[in-house]
Design a protein around this ligand. Sequence first.
Ligand code: F42
Length: 331
Amino acid sequence: MVKFGIEFVPKEAYWKTVYYAVQSEKRGFDNLWITDHYNNRNVYVTLAATAIYTKKIIFGPGVTNPYLVNPVMTAQSLASLDEMAPGRVVLGMGAGDKTTLASTGIEAKKQLSAVVDAITIFKAMLDGKSVTYEGKVFQVKGTKFNFKPRGQIPVYIGAQGPKMLATAGKIGDGVLINASHPKDIDYAVGQIKMGVNEAGKNLADIDVTAYTSFSVHKKPEKATKAASPVVAFIVAGSPNVILERHGIDLDKANEIRGALKKGDFGGAFGSVSPDMIEAFSIAGTPDVCIQKITRLLKAGITQFVVGSPIGPNARKSIDLISEQVIPHFKE
Ligand code: F42
């Protein structure tokens, strides 16, 4: 049965995100993902509070990256969280958002290799032994915890690019695909299968997760209006090959890019067209959302993540999803 996850960006005071986490658990979500960017609240502070106030939801960073947080510290953080919430912790690891990393002075080089190194070090540290490893980006020499980690923790890889997707299939327990449209999920599943085959595993071994931009409201226009700012940023940040895959007019995309650069957010959000909403979000009434989630299930996903903005009012949208969307798939 498909799992339902929810993503929160910890941009508000920690207790608000934790309140949403508690509500999500009560309302039937299986997984909770907290994003990691230096300019929001700290992901592990948020996750530690979540561990205390929740009982069964599975949670973790979605996603951290090896540049801002050294892989040894990621292993330490997750092992510590796993003591607070035994068996409920998962790691989401990705290449990191180049733009936010650049503003901290970090040039994210060899991102694929960095992710592979980070996961190798992470897994070895969780075995509790002394680790020596010579990766292309990260090297460690005799690192060992002074405590015994509880054991391995499932690793999900945030992936869009062809090689990262295949790598996720090869070395991950799950993959977080930042996409909302069946065309992108079809493509991703094809790549993941290549990695899975290479490793001699089965696709069923991987939790194939659509990490969507989601917005639900009983009034469709309210749902799409709430999705527009997120979609504007996705359009601006997407490579042209992805825009072309969805038949998005490149001139219109450039208009949005230009407006965002100038800080003209009203102009940018106002330029988001219905075909952009269709390509890069799941937005609409509960019935429309059910239809779109069903299409992604057919494409092979095993977890569906409700990501930003969730809806015009996150709290009310969690209730609506719980009452009208999740039951369709769980009952
Ligand atoms: N990023 C964040 O910073 N914070 C978040 O909270 C976050 C959440 C998130 C959730 C889901 C998700 O899918 C992504 C998320 N991201 C988040 C974004 C993530 O960190 C990445 O920026 C994003 O997924 C883009 O990564 P990608 O999978 O498209 O991979 C990039 C790096 C890429 O170019 N991949 C290429 C590919 O084909 O997959 C491979 C690149 C390659 O081969 N590199 C060579 C190597 O050795 O590494 C080196 C090439 C060279 O010489 O530089």
